[in-house]
Ligand binder design. Structure first.
Ligand code: SAH
Length: 231
């Protein structure tokens, strides 16, 4: 009797699995059309990556149905996975392409790292909460990303051993851009970070290194969780 029940459960799972994945792919397409392209994202590689990366596998079961919503979602430890548009917007601004090396501060779920890793050669990403770093690292390995290297630590100091970086993306807000990150930016490299007060609106800043000098541009207002500091 138990064998028969088990057989049916297995059969239903096997039949339902591709349908679920198809449904999520449809939701993803919808997200890209309504939230990403409709709001002005044009970079073809960014759009391709947003269509490909299974965002529903970066959220807990509790939020599965809302994985493609136009909003950030909790990932535990008081942290969030960013709103899809913000991920696409920041990605496009970094001008990602093959041959580039990126550094992300604030791995969180690993979603932003995966989007970048679809386009650039290597993504180094630092997460200060060890549990989140471990979860993201396991998830990214499971999904087959061999070009993402996750480390636990305070990203304020950057990752000197692998510098300089063509792209630096900070996905937590601070009251200034950390000097070590500016130092680790390559010539013509692009850094993007939300700068402003904690738990309030911050301004996205784009910093570009030209002939060793930093040129800053103020962009959209955003809301990110704070950049924490290890003591
Ligand atoms: N990029 C993530 C979302 C970022 S949420 C994603 O795609 O899911 C911000 C993350 O930054 C949180 O996980 C938080 O723990 C982490 N963080 C905060 N301060 C940090 C610091 N100084 N160094 C590294 N990570 C930090």
């Amino acid at each position: 009797m138990n064998h028969i029940i088990l057989f049916w459960c297995l059969l239903i799972t096997i039949i339902a699995y591709p349908q679920n994945e198809e449904r999520f792919a449809e939701m993803r397409k919808d997200m890209v059309n309504k939230q990403i392209i409709a709001n002005g994202i044009r970079n073809p590689q960014t759009i391709k990556a947003m269509l490909k990366v299974p965002r529903h596998l970066f959220v807990s079961k509790e939020y599965l149905k809302r994985a493609y919503d136009d909003s950030p979602l909790p990932i535990g430890y008081n942290q969030t996975i960013s709103q899809p548009f913000i991920v696409a917007y920041m990605t496009e601004l970094t001008r990602p392409s093959r041959g580039k090396k990126a550094l992300e501060i604030g791995t969180g779920s690993g979603y932003q790292a995966a989007i970048l890793a679809e386009i650039v050669d290597t993504v180094y990403t630092i997460e200060i909460i060890p549990e989140l770093a471990k979860e993201a690292s396991d998830r990214l390995l499971r999904l087959g990303y061999k070009n993402i290297i996750v480390k636990t630590g305070d990203g304020y100091a950057g990752w000197k051993e692998h510098a300089p970086f063509d792209i630096i993306i900070v996905t937590a807000a601070g009251d200034h851009i950390p000097q070590p990150l500016l130092d680790q930016l390559a010539e013509n490299g692009r850094l993007i970070m939300p700068v402003g007060p904690q738990w309030s609106a911050q301004q996205l800043i784009l910093a570009v290194k030209k002939k060793g000098k930093i040129e800053q541009t103020k962009l959209a207002m955003v809301r990110f969780v704070p950049l924490l500091r290890s003591q």
